[in-house]
Design a protein around this ligand. Structure first.
Ligand SMILES: *[C@@H]1O[C@H](CO)[C@@H](O)[C@H](O)[C@H]1NC(C)=O
Ligand SMILES: *[C@@H]1O[C@H](CO)[C@@H](O)[C@H](O)[C@H]1NC(C)=O
Ligand SMILES: *[C@@H]1O[C@H](CO)[C@@H](O)[C@H](O)[C@H]1NC(C)=O
Ligand SMILES: *[C@@H]1O[C@H](CO)[C@@H](O)[C@H](O)[C@H]1NC(C)=O
Ligand SMILES: *[C@@H]1O[C@H](CO)[C@@H](O)[C@H](O)[C@H]1NC(C)=O
Ligand SMILES: *[C@@H]1O[C@H](CO)[C@@H](O)[C@H](O)[C@H]1NC(C)=O
Length: 664
């Protein structure tokens, strides 16, 4: 390092920079989770108990130098006795263990100045003390849970993810209990959750427990993964006083086997440890030198530390990110200070304004409602990913702005309004001819195909509907709002029923009821939209109605009675292609099948649409149709569209509703 520095012109500055970075990495090596101080058992300062507690904490922090990952001890006598223990995670090197326990003793003393009982959790260690004898007792309270809800929803909500998680935590209780009497009692297991995602799990009990208690503790802790919102986290830990469990999608533990942990013995391993640490230090220093020097010059150039933060986080993609970032003043000027007359829409995620950039380019500016808890880095990360998605049938994201509480997305401006403006407007729907509608259906299908299968990321839109399809001057469709769940509120990607994103009427039953979503959810929404495009009618959301009056039922009835053209928008009857209409209707019905497995994937739909003489399976009764359960559920939600089907259809609809095919 000295050689490198003397070569550098800015040696002093660089040295300071390196020191700073090193200090930061060092102090963050122990990751604090939480501390719980009992508030109903307290002691008064300067009493014997207080003195015993201080002695106990010093015993704990001094004995960690003996390189035990677990140690329990007692201080004092009689009613003033204090019991305490620390435990480091089994894979944590002794140096980190010492450091963690050191932090823990200081921190627990200052966080809980008068508690007779407390526990503190770090990623690397836990430490607890009490006025009562708690050794060998399995305790699950107090507890702390960490959820990392960020993640690719496709992976998170795939069956394989749950299966992998289940298989890991079915096995770990036993493994950890078996390892309990070994010298390093913890267990790890990894499992593939998809072609590219592997789950890593770890479980560990305090070794004073009996094997049976350990097993139960870990099983109970792992059960919390399922309780706390559907397991929809890309990583999580549950921390009890007696045991800890954790999973991540990266190998967070420094353990090299897949089955039982290797026994790590004190002194024998210290040399390897020192070598590993030395190698890591050298690598880190080289990296720091490289980036630090480069970063330093930029700071000088821009007089802003922001850029270097970004650089550390995004590496080479920084230039892309810089080209995407707009400052708030520019956006404010472009939208005339977000003036009312520039407002062109309001969506679920915020208001949309028309803006004109200094170079004259017209843009759509989406000002996100600021209830998102997502951090600046995550937001930028997602913007970067979404900006890379470029397709003729997707609205292009051209930039973002993030300042204070503002999060703004800047999109290309699409001149015509959204599809619903044409489709459901009595005055305008005639503008859309059948050939335009067919082109729109095909374009949307290709856009979804790109999102699902062709782009580097697999994106499930989750809110496919006509108001999210914009039309350009040639009535070519462009899908908007894709990737919003990733960019806006990471909580929303947890597949909870009470927090589903999307719009009723377009949501498949498995999503509306259970929060399960997959590519087939988008296929369902697309199917509803196809039927709406054919009929010019909005799918009914009047769920209280006892009549069979929704579009899906109506389409199915016409299909079953071999009279598909009754569904057709009356304004189209003079000019349409019967083959195309029939094909679209069949595809639409296939897409809205109740069972997701019966719905075609989008690639198949695109091939149906582009191949004039293709064989397609016959649809069954669509979803929402056989039972009233989805309706009842959905009625709890307010809906913007209380549409019920047009009078011209009502005769046939009423006839249908009296038949035995539709029990309610
Ligand atoms: C620690 O736990 C308490 C009580 O469970 C909670 O209110 C607090 O937010 C937690 N702190 C952190 C940093 O998670
Ligand atoms: C102490 O507080 C816990 C909850 O924090 C409660 O369950 C327990 O009953 C309390 N104990 C006493 C003696 O008040
Ligand atoms: C505790 O004792 C120290 C000296 O031993 C004294 O300075 C301090 O004021 C005492 N604190 C209380 C709360 O009595
Ligand atoms: C370790 O703990 C014991 C009590 O369990 C104590 O007597 C001893 O001083 C502590 N420190 C060291 C360095 O062993
Ligand atoms: C440590 O815990 C065990 C129970 O697991 C207990 O028997 C022993 O007395 C404890 N050691 C000390 C020094 O308190
Ligand atoms: C997990 O996937 C990797 C490659 O992606 C493969 O080599 C490995 O065998 C898989 N493991 C299991 C248990 O399927």
């Amino acid at each position: 390092m000295r050689i490198m520095i003397t070569k550098s012109k800015n040696s002093l500055k660089l040295f300071l920079f390196c020191t700073l970075v090193l200090t930061v990495t060092e102090t963050s090596a122990s990751v604090f989770n939480n501390v719980s101080c009992s508030s109903n058992h307290t002691f008064t300062p300067n009493t014997t108990f207080n003195a015993n507690l201080n002695t106990l904490l010093s015993y704990l922090s001094s004995n960690v130098t003996n390189n035990f990952r677990f140690f329990n001890t007692t201080s004092g006598e009689g009613s003033d006795t204090v019991y305490g223990l620390y435990m480091c995670r089994g894979d944590v090197p002794f140096a980190l263990c010492r450091e963690c326990v050191g932090f823990a003793t200081l921190s627990i003393a200052s966080s809980c100045p008068t508690s007779k009982e407390a526990v503190i959790w770090y990623n690397e260690c836990l430490l607890r003390y009490s006025y009562r004898f708690f050794f060998s007792k399995m305790e699950e309270w107090p507890r702390h849970q960490v959820n990392i809800p960020l993640g690719d929803p496709v992976v998170l909500h795939s069956n394989k993810f749950y299966t992998a998680l289940g298989s890991i935590f079915d096995e770990l209780p036993n493994q950890a209990a078996l390892a309990l009497r070994g010298s390093n009692p913890y267990a790890v297991k990894q499992e593939n959750a998809s072609a590219s995602v592997t789950l890593y799990g770890l479980a560990q009990c305090t070794p004073d427990l009996a094997a049976g208690d350990c097993k139960r503790c870990i099983a109970d802790a792992a059960a919390e993964f399922a309780v706390s919102c559907c397991g929809g986290s890309i990583g999580a830990s549950v921390l009890f006083p007696s045991c800890i469990v954790r999973y991540e999608t990266y190998p967070f533990y420094q353990h090299s086997g897949t089955s039982a942990p290797t026994t790590i013995k004190g002194s024998g391993n210290i040399r390897t440890e020192v070598i590993v640490i030395a190698v890591v230090m050298v690598v880190v220093l080289v990296i720091i030198f490289f980036f630090g020097y480069y970063g330093f010059n930029r700071i000088k150039a821009r007089k802003k530390s922001k850029a270097s933060d970004d650089r550390e986080n995004f590496g080479v993609e920084i230039s892309v990110l810089e080209s995407l970032e707009f400052d708030f003043a520019t956006i404010e000027a472009a939208t005339n200070k977000f003036s009312e007359d520039r407002r062109i829409g309001k969506g679920g995620y915020g208001e949309v304004y028309k803006g004109i950039l200094p170079n004259g380019e017209e843009v759509a500016v989406k000002r996100l409602s600021t209830n998102s808890k997502q951090g600046a880095e995550e937001f930028k990360n997602e913007v970067l990913l979404i900006a890379k998605l470029q397709h003729k049938n997707l609205v292009r994201l051209i930039g973002f702005c993030q300042e204070d509480r503002e999060k703004i997305l800047i999109y290309e401006y699409v001149p015509n309004k959204s599809l619903d403006h044409f489709l459901f407007d009595p005055a305008k729907h005639r503008i859309l001819t059948w050939s335009e509608r067919y082109k729109i259906i095909k374009g949307i299908a290709r856009g979804i195909l790109y999102l699902h299968e062709d782009s580097r990321l697999k994106i499930i839109h989750r809110d496919i509907k006509p108001s999210n399809v914009l039309l350009d001057n040639d009535f070519d469709p462009k899908i908007s709002d894709f990737g919003m769940a990733r960019m806006v509120d990471t909580n929303q990607i947890q597949g909870c029923t009470n927090r589903v994103v999307g719009t009723y009427g377009y949501m498949p039953p498995e999503y509306a009821m259970h929060g399960h979503f997959s590519e087939k959810s988008d296929v369902f929404s697309f199917g509803v939209m196809i039927l709406e495009i054919i009929s010019g009618k909005k799918n009914s959301c009047s769920y209280e109605s006892s009549r069979v009056d929704d579009l899906l039922s109506y389409a199915w009835n016409n299909w079953r009675d071999v009279s598909p053209f009754q569904l057709l928008d009356p304004s189209l009857v003079e000019s349409y292609s019967p083959n195309e209409v029939e094909k679209c209707m069949q595809i639409g019905l296939l897409c809205v099948q109740e069972n997701p497995d019966d719905r075609p994937i989008i690639g198949t739909i695109v091939s149906y649409l582009s191949n004039p003489s293709v064989e397609m399976p016959f649809p069954l009764e669509p979803a929402f149709f056989m039972q009233g359960r989805v309706r009842r559920h959905s009625a709890e939600h307010q809906s913007s569209s209380g549409y019920s089907i047009n009078h011209s259809f009502s005769t046939s609809v009423n006839n249908m509703s009296t038949t035995v095919f539709f029990p309610r």
